[in-house]
Design a protein around this ligand. Structure first.
Ligand SMILES: [Zn+2]
Length: 460
């Protein structure tokens, strides 16, 4: 994630009453919703008496999410594979402003209750995994919070519920399948058809447009690396991705095999005004048109295939483990493949961003205490502190350990934890136990505190 927008554009999700939304939908949809009482979908009396009643259970693990989205009718069908349970007969999901039509499993219509952005489903007890099928209607969104008018999705950090029943907490990992139909004539859709490794909900995305594609090359591991761009963007797309094949190859060779497919690409997207940077929607990560010319943004988003997605964060407070390391890796990889002069330029630009942070009123703590106690947008963690202070923390580790040892430790950490959620403390412990250097003092002074110029514990 390296999207920067006018902060005012980020409004925290406020569940919109289904009745209000219903007014905006098609006649057919109105007919349907008019049958529902109080504009809340309550099928808690559906199905046979032997099926469980609805209740709330946020702990049920989503193992796999298979989506079939029709953009012409704005309908979705979600097949969710849930872990089995002999203790709980319920599962709950975030559904934003989706309108739920039906929930079915094994031919039975399950009891469900959908209101205020939450779907509760009664699930029969089972030892093995259960698949439930949820049919629903979707809405377009305009504020970096769902399917945007320009044909691109935006789910980060917690807007997946406006597109599919999900859990947005970063530790929740799922495999994904996706089919997007109803594409306008002349456009193509870009999305992964299958992701087998567990990934956070905000990783899944699509983009629709009249894209051109350029293949940039094949890595030593056989991964095709390319770029999708709009017809008038060829020059800046190809300039911005001139190192991308080599950068991706360097990540694969240095940190381990890529988890999310055999073809990857940067995808130019048209975000609302004020949006620039990128979003880590692997394997086809999104780059705002404003940033398409910048190799650092492409390298940053590509690195999230290893840290942020491949290994995902356990709590929003661990954001530095995704963004600090991605900022470091973009500079490091470009230093390796494009030369030290370019690497130094990138670090100088990071220094400048630290200076701006120092002289601002923004949050300066990169790694707050707690787990999912903050709202990452409202409470200011989404800002320069985790990105830039995080990058310099890893540069400090490079200085203390040497590149070879740091790379070995990161490779091991990725190998052990890929497909899983981790906390920043786990990485610090892994470095302490895998080397002769204990980074605790630097992490405390630099990441946990507001200090920016006092780097005695964190020289690089
Ligand atoms: Zn990022």
């Amino acid at each position: 994630m390296d999207v920067s927008t006018s902060r005012s554009l980020y409004l925290r999700y406020m569940p919109t009453p289904v009745c209000e939304r219903a007014l905006q939908l098609s006649v057919f949809f109105l007919l349907l919703t008019s049958l529902l009482t109080a504009c809340v979908t309550d099928r808690s009396d559906a199905g046979g008496d032997d099926l469980p009643d609805t209740s709330t259970d946020w702990s049920r693990d989503i193992l796999h999410t298979s989506l079939n989205i029709d953009l012409e009718t704005m309908t979705g069908i979600a097949d969710l594979v849930l872990s089995g349970s002999l203790l709980s007969s319920a599962a709950s999901f975030e559904i934003g402003d989706l309108t739920i039509i039906n929930v079915v499993s094994d031919g039975d219509q399950l009891k469900f209750n959908a209101k205020l952005g939450q779907l509760d489903v009664g699930i029969p007890l089972s030892v093995g995994p259960q698949t439930i099928t949820i049919e629903y209607y979707l809405n377009l969104h305009h504020n970096f919070d769902g399917i945007l008018d320009s044909g691109v999705t935006f789910t980060w950090p917690y807007y997946c519920g406006n597109i599919f029943p999900c859990k947005s907490q970063p530790a929740e990992g799922s495999g994904f399948e996706l089919v997007v139909s109803g594409i306008p004539d002349g456009d193509i859709s870009i999305y992964p058809e299958l992701i087998t490794a567990d990934a956070p909900s905000y990783m899944l995305a699509w983009a629709v447009g009249d894209y051109d594609y350029s293949m940039l090359g094949i890595t030593a591991n056989g991964t095709e690396v390319g770029v999708y761009y709009f017809p008038d963007e060829a020059e800046k797309a190809l300039n911005g991705t001139r190192y991308l094949r080599d950068v991706f190859d360097w990540y694969e060779q240095t940190y381990g095999d890529y988890l999310f497919g055999e073809k990857v690409a940067s995808v130019s997207v048209k975000w609302p005004a004020g949006g620039f940077g990128g979003l880590e929607h692997h394997p086809f990560w999104h780059i705002a048109g404003e940033s398409l010319n910048n190799p650092v943004v492409h390298a940053h988003e590509a690195s999230h295939g290893w840290f942020g997605n491949g290994v995902r964060i356990g709590c929003w407070e661990d954001f530095v483990l995704s963004e600090g390391i991605a900022s470091y890796l973009a500079a490091r990889a470009l230093n390796e493949v494009a030369g030290e002069e370019y690497g130094n330029q990138i670090w100088q630009s990071y220094e400048n961003r630290l200076d701006l942070l120092q002289n601002s009123n923004e949050n300066k703590i990169a790694w707050p205490e707690g787990c999912n106690e903050i709202d990452i947008l409202e409470d200011g963690l989404y800002g320069a502190a985790p990105y830039m202070k995080g990058a310099f923390f890893f540069k400090h580790l490079e200085y203390k350990l040497g590149k070879e040892v740091l790379d070995r430790l990161l490779r091991n950490f990725f190998s052990v934890n890929s497909g899983h959620a981790v906390n920043m403390q786990m990485l610090i412990t892994a470095i302490k136990e895998g080397s002769t250097y204990d980074p605790t003092a630097c992490a405390q002074a630099w990441l946990r505190m507001e200090s920016i110029v006092d780097t005695d514990a964190c020289i690089y």
